[in-house]
Ligand binder design. Structure first.
Ligand code: NI
Length: 170
């Protein structure tokens, strides 16, 4: 198990649609272990493979601190198969855009279907933060970032805040 480097906004891998996983092999299991380790080390609620530079359809989420023991999951080739009309607006951030958050409007409940790293089918019903984190991570697998859900004005302001923050740290 290794902590991998998290790539930041501007790296093209974050914008590429990922390739589906075809082999449920040791390499996949190692990737999942590393995603969990890297997420925990960065104190995140989820992490997607492109964020460690791997353009594969794999992500992990862990929001047990809010939504209970079921809310830790590794998903391979996941898809949102149902989304509620009911929506929620809550602040969101991303380990690849560190230091800034903004309110994002998303369906309040979703059903996600995919595979476990062992190759078993899995269906997850989620609401609250769990639903939000799943949608955020699955977006990553399609090259979509949370800033894409903002209005043009809000996105511009957020990216300006982010650039200022990066300049200060440089
Ligand atoms: Ni993210």
């Amino acid at each position: 198990m290794a902590i991998r480097e998290i790539v930041l906004l501007g790296d093209p891998v974050l914008r590429e649609p990922t390739r589906e996983v075809e082999a449920f092999d040791d390499e996949l299991k190692a990737l999942v272990d590393d995603l969990f380790a890297t997420m925990v080390s960065a104190e995140g609620a989820g992490l997607a493979a492109p964020q460690v530079g791997v353009s594969r359809r794999v992500c992990v989420v862990d929001v047990r601190h809010v939504d209970g023991d079921h809310a830790r999951v590794a998903l391979v080739n996941p898809k949102v198969t149902e989304a509620s009309d009911d929506r929620e607006r809550e602040p969101e951030g991303c380990l690849s855009i560190p230091g800034v958050t903004e309110v994002v409007d998303r369906p309040a409940q979703v059903v996600v279907e995919g595979w476990t790293p062992d190759g078993e089918p899995i269906r997850v019903e989620a609401e609250g933060l769990f639903a939000r984190a799943l949608q955020h991570e699955i977006d990553h697998l399609d090259g979509v970032l949370f800033v894409d859900h903002l209005t043009a004005l809000k996105r511009r302001l957020l990216l300006k805040r982010y650039r200022k923050l990066r300049e200060k740290e440089a």
